[in-house]
Ligand binder design. Structure first.
Ligand SMILES: [Zn+2]
Length: 511
């Protein structure tokens, strides 16, 4: 068994082999922090969180880098329009960095709620201007970029004339790009070709986020193009050749195509990552999510039930499980029905953990000696059958991270464990070693690899209210031993009961 991944660059699945095993470098394009993350923004981080978790489970030492875009992401992919950060800052009368900080905080909160492990390095574009300028100078040094009126553009036709493969990742043909976007060149006469893209943009007088540069007339104030940061930061933290670059399909062109061109145009040419992985998109009730359709849902809105498109709130773990039910390369449609089914499935898996606690203790060791002696020829023994069931989810994860099939296989395992719990004679046939191994596999899969966790569901106030009603009932029927019991139990939780004239109240114990 070995992990295979689908590489967009080669359009095929290939065995995953790291550049420097056991180290694995993984770069994921992070958020542009000018607004709250929406539901579609959650898919990539969840997919690549599961991949990171699985690689770690396989024994790799993963360095997971996810950037924060806080400068240079313009409204239009054609290098025009306002900087998204500055636009949001102007609208709210805030400093752009205040906007960046606010939405970085809310993004981290949402990701933590979704069970996504924090990246090992979370570099900000605005903190890596020096590295970006240095990369532009490398590209200019190779004659693949030119200066125009204080801005710098990557020369796509020249790059391809010299053997570059701009368009390889996204499957676009440069000639078509040139022909098709001729009209978009209007107002961008600095560019020699419509396919060229900005590495550096000269700042207009009203532009707030600006840094000095060696480009144009001194002090050359401007800001980096959006695509540049991911090349500069992935190279800085993972090296010129690293293992996996991830992102949503919507980033494949132009963002990743430009990243590859920049990497190839540097002093250490190469595509950057060996594997380019892309997660597919999300639709809501069958439609693309958009503000005009009224089905645009942010993560805080989903968790708070504050959406017009859905009937109720859904928890972060429900959303996580929902995404795991589709393969990352397939589109997925979100609706009340789908989320309710996800919630049911998620709870079933968590209840399975409780069943295991009952069946087998957490610390129970797997006896490997016993496991070996079970490897006999002939029809599989009940113990082997259980081991096979427990191995299946891992085999599906090995196959290009097929989480839906892995989840289905975990349910099969759970079904068998439920049967064993109900049938002591079958449980005895399986034996403690195979049972402990299956339980360990179940826990590893659900908690460590799929990254699900028990979400506290009960409302403390409601539970307290219920307890107080039992207390009053006990008092009314003069069941004083019950009364004392309830008082003592609540006291252990730091809660005291106060009898009042009108009934009963609770308060935190101040002892
Ligand atoms: Zn990026």
């Amino acid at each position: 068994m070995s992990l295979t991944l689908y590489n967009t660059l080669t359009r095929q699945k290939a065995p995953f082999e790291p550049v420097n095993p056991p180290q694995v470098g993984l770069y994921l394009c992070g958020p542009t922090v000018y607004n709250d993350a929406h539901l579609g923004n959650a898919r990539g981080p969840i997919v690549f969180d599961v991949l990171t978790r699985y690689l770690r489970h396989l024994g790799y030492q993963v360095r997971y880098v996810r950037n924060i875009t806080d400068v240079g992401h313009l409204e239009s992919d054609a290098d025009t329009g306002e900087d998204k950060m500055e636009k949001a800052a102007r609208a709210k009368k805030l400093e752009p960095m205040q906007v960046a900080q606010h939405y970085t905080n809310s993004y981290r909160q949402a990701m933590a709620a979704l069970g996504c492990l924090p990246p090992d390095i979370e570099p900000q574009a605005s903190g890596h201007i020096t590295e970006q300028i240095a990369l532009i100078q490398e590209i200019m040094g190779r004659g693949l970029a030119y200066e125009a009126n204080g801005s710098v553009y990557f020369d796509v036709p020249k790059y391809n004339a010299e053997g570059g493969l701009y368009g390889r990742l996204s499957g676009r043909v440069v000639e078509e790009l040139l022909a098709g976007t001729r009209t978009e060149l209007a107002g961008q006469d600095e560019k020699r070709s419509p396919a060229d893209f900005a590495l550096w943009k000269k700042a207009s007088p009203q532009h707030i986020m600006r840094w000095p540069s060696p480009f144009g007339e001194a002090p050359g104030e401007g800001f980096p193009g959006w695509h540049l940061e991911c090349s500069a930061m992935s190279r800085k933290y993972l090296g010129a050749e690293f293992d996996i670059h991830g992102g949503g399909l919507d980033l494949m062109f132009p963002h990743h195509e430009c990243e590859i061109a920049q990497n190839e145009g540097s002093d250490t040419p190469g595509p950057g990552a060996r594997f380019w992985l892309h997660n597919n998109m999300l639709t809501v009730n069958g439609q693309k999510m958009s503000k005009s359709l009224g089905n645009f849902i942010t993560l805080p809105q989903l968790f708070g039930g504050d959406t017009g498109a859905l009937s109720q709130a859904y928890s972060p773990m429900t959303l996580r499980f929902f995404f795991l039910q589709a393969h990352y390369r397939s589109p997925i449609d979100l609706s009340d029905d789908a989320l309710q089914a996800a919630r049911k499935g998620y709870r079933k898996l968590i209840n399975g953990l409780r069943l295991l606690d009952k069946l087998v203790g957490e610390g129970e060791e797997v006896n490997s000696e016993e496991a070996k002696t079970e490897e006999v020829k002939g029809p599989p023994t009940p113990a082997q059958q259980l081991r096979n069931l427990a191995a299946k989810p891992f085999a599906f994860l090995d196959d290009d991270l097929n989480t839906p099939r892995a989840v289905a296989a975990v349910f099969d395992l759970l079904k068998r464990l439920n049967t064993l719990a109900a049938k002591p004679e079958e449980l005895a046939e399986v034996g403690p070693a195979a049972l402990a191994a299956a339980a360990a596999a179940y826990r590893t899969l659900v908690l460590d690899v799929l990254g699900l966790r028990d979400e506290p569901r009960a409302n403390t106030e409601d539970l307290l209210g219920l307890t107080l009603s039992f207390y009053q009932e006990a008092k009314a029927t003069k069941a004083y031993d019950k009364v004392d019991q309830i008082r003592a139990a609540l006291k252990e939780q730091g809660i005291v009961i106060k009898d009042t004239k009108t009934g009963v109240e609770w308060a935190y114990s101040e002892e």
